[in-house]
Design a protein around this ligand. Structure first.
Ligand SMILES: [Zn+2]
Length: 404
């Protein structure tokens, strides 16, 4: 059932932007058994835009379908690109407030890989909170397996000097409520570091596979600035990170506004038009009878032919069994995808939710098994090309973006 009331401003007028049905409700929970993967709970991503404030959200989102626990794995520490990103993020935070001697709190810390890096800069205290946090963590990390809710705030004894929140606010329908909690948890001179996917990047790149069910809220550049202002934050520094895919924002506390500034008609229209373009790309690529880049001719020329009717007996493998990969498996249902490759040990040997594709470790692949690899996220292309080249230089590695 589509909610017609905007969760941010309470506006009652929304426009439908995109509807993706029968997608798995989790992209970072991979079942151990094939049957379990095929019977995975599915949901609908019905994206609507509020005609008043411009918030883009899944109006059919059912939060009770998405309960995070220890089986949730979004670690990316095995990627050199990701490790560099983490280090840059900490430098970015330190350009606003040095970490040394500060109390750090990370909300949605996962396994604590980011906090462990931040801990190297000499903070006074390093706390992480997450319902999927492990029971134990190496010193000096203090990881708490809990939800960051009002009950948690009431038990907090000391406010945080730096509150970090990465890749969480896209998972909740009411970001204003969560930002108000961040504000309460921060010391008066505290800094909020916020990182979340940029809708502008998704739309500019027509990344139709970037709308996993877990992400029920989408933020574009103009909207997030208005949102933070309304929530009582002023932006101290803001940049696009991860090749433009994410916002990296440092914000200080200010006075909350009584209401969010409305979106302009031009802004609402630009989002609607960009979604139409993205939907056209998805329809066209899903209609292709053969996986582009799959035929011998394409391999030689390096140029994909979307309309080729030639097929190849070898299976194509996608490299990366996280959000983008799981969504590709479920959305590109005409493509003969044989399986996935992932370096995350928590994903290897498991199956893609919804479709049941197997996930292999790089050590398991050979040229006999894998002749073509598609990389969903360009930022990993160079490192995956190097890795695949070491396994067998004949393996063709293509980026998905080159096929769109
Ligand atoms: Zn609204």
């Amino acid at each position: 059932m589509c909610k017609t009331i905007c969760p941010v401003c309470g506006g009652g007028q929304t426009d439908t932007l995109l509807s993706l049905s029968n997608i798995p409700v989790f992209v970072n929970v991979l079942p151990d058994q094939l049957e379990e993967a095929k019977e995975f709970v599915l949901g609908t991503q019905h994206l609507a835009q509020c005609n008043h404030c411009g918030f883009v959200f899944n109006c059919e989102f059912e939060p009770e379908k998405v309960m995070y626990d220890t089986g949730y794995h979004a670690e990316r520490g095995h990627s050199a690109y990701y490790s560099r990103h983490i280090s840059r993020v900490i430098d970015f935070i330190e350009s606003v407030k040095p970490v040394k001697g500060q109390r750090l709190l990370e909300v949605a810390c996962g396994g604590g890989e980011f906090l462990a890096e931040a801990a190297k800069r000499g903070p006074k205290d390093v706390t992480g909170v997450d319902p999927s946090a492990p029971e134990t963590a190496a010193e000096p990390l203090n990881l708490q397996k809990a939800l960051f809710d009002d009950a948690y705030l009431e038990k907090m004894t000391c406010p945080a000097d730096i509150l970090m929140n990465r890749h969480m606010i896209e998972h909740i329908l009411n970001p204003l409520e969560m930002l108000a909690r961040f504000r309460r948890a921060l010391a008066p001179t505290g800094i909020l570091y916020l990182e979340t996917p940029r809708l502008d990047w998704i739309l500019e790149n027509r990344a139709f596979f970037d709308f996993p069910y877990e992400h029920c809220a989408y933020y574009h550049d103009a909207f997030i600035e208005r949102l933070l202002k309304a929530a009582g934050f002023e932006i101290a520094a803001m940049e696009n990170s991860y090749d433009g895919q994410y916002f990296s924002i440092c914000a200080r506390k200010s006075t909350p506004q009584p209401a969010l500034t409305p979106a302009s008609e031009a802004e609402l229209c630009a989002v609607r038009q960009a979604f139409s373009k993205l939907e056209r790309t998805y329809t066209e690529i899903n209609r292709a009878q053969a996986v582009p880049g799959f035929c011998a001719e394409t391999r030689r020329s390096g140029k994909p032919d979307l309309h080729s009717d030639s097929t190849h007996p070898d299976g194509v493998f996608f490299w990366g069994a996280a959000a983008k990969g799981v969504m590709c498996a479920n959305l590109l249902n005409q493509w003969p995808i044989a399986g996935f490759i992932d370096k995350n040990v928590h994903k290897q040997g498991k199956f893609i939710p919804g479709t049941g594709h197997p996930v292999l470790a790089p050590e398991q692949i050979t040229y006999e098994l894998v002749k073509t690899v598609i990389v969903e996220n360009d930022v990993y292309l160079t490192e995956i090309q190097a890795e695949a080249g070491k396994i067998d230089p004949r393996i063709v590695v293509l980026s998905l973006s080159s096929l769109l």
